[in-house]
Ligand binder design. Structure first.
Ligand code: FAD
Length: 77
């Protein structure tokens, strides 16, 4: 694929962006890149997003763990 770096920005058919980690930062980054002229790849070692603000409710048995843990792909489809 013909591509080159110009002024710090990759020029060519499409940029490729790899986001490592589907935490709050990774998800927000992916959302911001929605519609951008780039192929975005979101990776996570666990394969799920953990919604930490409600973790204490799981710890105290008020919520089922499945409520605060979900695959990132569920958010982008
Ligand atoms: C119990 C608890 C309650 C909280 N409540 C709040 C709250 O109410 N309000 C608030 O603002 N903040 C809260 N926080 C803080 C908030 O969770 C963090 O600030 C936020 O998660 C940081 O986001 P992040 O994207 O940097 O990291 P994370 O959300 O931790 O995401 C990092 C992701 O990267 C992945 N990862 C790590 N290493 C690799 C690797 N080598 N390769 C691939 N993937 C990798 C992990 O699996 C994880 O999914 C809370 C935190 C905890 C623990």
């Amino acid at each position: 694929m013909a591509a080159f770096i110009r002024g710090g920005v990759r020029a060519g058919p499409r940029a490729r962006v790899v986001i490592v980690g589907a935490g709050f930062g990774g998800l927000e980054c992916a959302r911001k890149l929605n519609g951008a002229a780039a192929d975005v790849l979101l990776l996570d070692q666990s394969g799920y997003h953990l919604f930490t603000p409600l973790l204490y409710q799981v710890a105290t048995a008020l919520l089922n763990p499945s409520v605060i843990v979900y695959p990132p792909r569920a958010l982008f489809r």
